[in-house]
Ligand binder design. Sequence first.
Ligand SMILES: Nc1ncnc2c1ncn2[C@@H]1O[C@H](COP(=O)(O)OP(=O)(O)OP(=O)(O)O)[C@@H](O)[C@H]1O
Ligand SMILES: [Mg+2]
Length: 327
Amino acid sequence: MSKPVGTPIIEGKNLIKDFSVNSNSLKKSKMRAINDVSFKMYKSRGLAVVGESGSGKSTTAKMYAPSGGQIDYYGRDIQTITSRDDLMEYRRGVQMVWQDPFGSLNPTHTIFHHIARPLLIHNKVPSGNKKELEETVYNLLEQVGLIPPKATAEKFPHQLSGGQRQRVNLARNIAVGAEVVLADEPTSMLDVSIRAGVLNLMEEMKFEREMALLYITHDIATARYIAEDLAVMYVGHMVEWGDTEQIIHNPQHPYTQLLVSAVPDPSKSIHTKLKGNKGEIPLWTPDSFGCPFAGRCMQATEKCREKLPEITQLADNHFVRCYLYEN
Ligand SMILES: Nc1ncnc2c1ncn2[C@@H]1O[C@H](COP(=O)(O)OP(=O)(O)OP(=O)(O)O)[C@@H](O)[C@H]1O
Ligand SMILES: [Mg+2]
C-alpha cells in the first residue's frame, strides 16, 4: 500500500458548489452539485474520481469559484491570488485535459502553433528565437509519440486521430511544465484500442515529470492502473476514499460495495452498470439532509435519513462517510 508523502501541491478543502436551477415556483431554487468535498494531490501521484453521471466529478475538477470551502495551491488559497504574475503561474501550473480532444484545439491552426503558443506565453522559449522554438516543439511532439515530429507539426487538428489529438493536448501540458493535470474522462471518446497508449503517456508524465494527476473516469479498471488514490462519489459527496487497491479489494461503503460487485472482474468497466442507474439518482439541494445513498442502501437506518454521517478514518489512507463505521 502506498502512502502519500510530502505536502500536497493542491488541496480542496470542504468544497461546496451550488447551481441555480429552473423551477416552476417563483422562488429561485438551488441544487448542490458537490457538498463538503476535500482532497489532496501530490507530485507523482494520481487521484482517480469515480462515480455515476451527475455525481459531481467534473464540478470537483473545475476547481474555481466554489460556493463554499477553498482550494489551496502550494498552501495558498487561490481566491487570494490577484497579481498577474501569480495568476499566470497558477494557470501554467494547473492544466486541464478534456474528454473531447478536438474541443481544446483550434481547427484553423497547425499543431506547431498549438505547442508553440503556450511555450511563448509562458516564456519557455525566448520570443524571436525561431530555431529554438522549432527544436522545442519537435522535441515535445517526439516525447508524446507523435512522429515524425516535423510532418506532424505541419498538420491541422482534423488530420490527426482522436488519440493523436489527445497527445497534442498532453504535449502542451508538458510544454508549460504543468505540475497538476486535471483530466476529465480523457480517453472515453477514444477508440478502445488506443486508450491504453494515452493512459501510458499520462502515467509516464506522472512519474517522469512528477505531475500530480486527477483522473476522472467511469472505469474502475483504468483508475487502478493510473491512480494510487481513489475517491468514490455519490450525489455530490465523497463517500469513500483512500488507497485505490485497498478500496477495490476491501470496499466499505455500501455504495462502493455495490460498484465493485457490479464488476465481477474488477479489471472490467463499471460504465454500463453506472449509467443504468442514472434514473434513480436523487437531487441534492442546500436543504437536503441525511446520507445521499440512504434511499438505495440495504443497511440504512432512521439515522441515515436524518443526518449526513461524519467522516471515519479506517486506516492510514482509507476514509468513509457512513454510520456503519462511526465509533
Ligand atoms: N453549470 C451548471 N449549471 C447548473 N447545473 C450544473 C452545472 N454544471 C453541473 N451541474 C449539475 O451538477 C451536477 C453534477 O454535475 P457534474 O458535471 O459535475 O457531474 P459528473 O459526475 O461530471 O457527471 P458525468 O459523468 O455525466 O460527466 C449535475 O446534476 C449537473 O446537472
Ligand atoms: Mg463530468
